[in-house]
Design a protein around this ligand. Sequence first.
Ligand code: GAR
Length: 198
Amino acid sequence: MTQPVRVAVLFSGRGSNMQTLAQHLAKPSVAGEFVLAITNRPAAKGIEFCQAQNVPCAVIDHKAFDTRAGFEAAMQNALDEEEVELICAAGFMRLLTPDFVTRWHDRIINIHPSLLPAYKGLDTHARVLADGAKEHGCSVHYMRAEMDDGPVIVQKRVPVKADDTPQTLAARVLKQEYIAYPEAIDIVIKNLKNPKLR
Ligand code: GAR
């Protein structure tokens, strides 16, 4: 049997997608293993989950570094130590440099709360409502050097309701995120022909 793909998850806050991925990767039928969580925020809520579940979590505070390159070098070290083969960004609210993203080409994926390429960037739910859009959703995509760019792996759609607030809409989308990310990770793991090469 081939070894499970070694997965790291990056998060910045609540970490609920990170938890969903940890639960998914714990299933014996899934060909990946959750080996490391990384957060750039020492106060991130998701850290509590990692502690409770004994998931190794590296807290790498971006504010402790003068440059993005320095911050990313520290992340790279943590990833190398755990021999990570695939990175999942899940609510990781830090832009990564083209150098980092290119090094991890097709081995770094992200979830974004919109139907990409629509509504890149922040505050997607409020912008969707302000535009009067009828449909919204989430996308899991391969990361590329441009923000919120790259081939879409899985997309899930939700209707926008007349009485929606950004919060109610976000909650409807989030439920779909929990379905989309596990689906996407299964596809990506299958497509990783030789996880040892990068
Ligand atoms: C999720 O809705 C995710 O799609 C979004 O942040 C939230 C994180 O929640 N990501 C982005 O906006 C990235 N541009 P979580 O920490 O509970 O997973």
